[in-house]
Write a protein that binds this ligand. Sequence first.
Ligand code: FMN
Length: 181
Amino acid sequence: MSDKRRVLYIATCATPAATQIGTLIELAQQAGWTTCVLVTPNALNFVDVPALEAQTGYPVRCHYRRPDEVSPFPKADGIILAGASFNTLNKWAFGITDTLVLSTVAEAVGLGTPVVLMPFFNNALGVHPAWRQSVETLRGIGVTVLVSPDIYEPHAPGAGDEILKQYPWRLALKAIAEKVP
Ligand SMILES: Cc1cc2nc3c(=O)[nH]c(=O)nc-3n(C[C@H](O)[C@H](O)[C@H](O)COP(=O)(O)O)c2cc1C
C-alpha cells in the first residue's frame, strides 16, 4: 500500500472566514492531507502568513510565479476554496482569472482535480441575483458548491462572527474526501 499523502490546496479570499482558515488546515492535516495554502491578494489583510506557513510547511501563495520559477507546491489531489467571497465566486463563474486563486481553481476543473467551494458573504450582497447564477454555472462544470439551507446560505449583515462559530469546515473536508478516493 502506498503511504503517499494526498495533497489538498486550501484557498481563501478577503472575508472574515479567512482569519480562521487555520481551523480547516488543522482538520485536514488530522485527516491525513498534506496542506498548501493560496490566498487572494486582498485576503493578505485577513491571514497571518507566517503562522500559516508554519502550520503547513509550505509558503503561502498569493501571486503568480515568474515563468522561470517552479511552483513550491506538490500537485493537488483536491482543492477547497473556503470563505469564498462574493467577488471571487462571481468572477470565477464569468471566467475571470486575475488572481492566482482564481486561475488555480479554474484550471483545476479542466484538469479533473475536484474543487469544493464554500462561500461566505451576507445577504445584503446576496440581494444581487448574480451569485445564484454563478453557483449554477460552477455546479454545471462539476464544482461542488456548498450552498443549501442545511449547510450554508448568505448570512444576515452583522451576523458573520456568529456564523463563523458554526461555519461548516468539516463538511467542506467531507465533500472533498468523497471526491478524492
Ligand atoms: C472587514 C471586511 C469584511 C469583508 N467581509 C466580506 C465577506 O464576508 N464576504 C465577501 O464576499 N466580501 C467581504 N468583504 C469584501 C471583500 O474583501 C472584497 O469584495 C474583496 O474585493 C474580495 O477580494 P477577493 O475576492 O479577491 O478576495 C469584506 C471586506 C472587509 C474589509
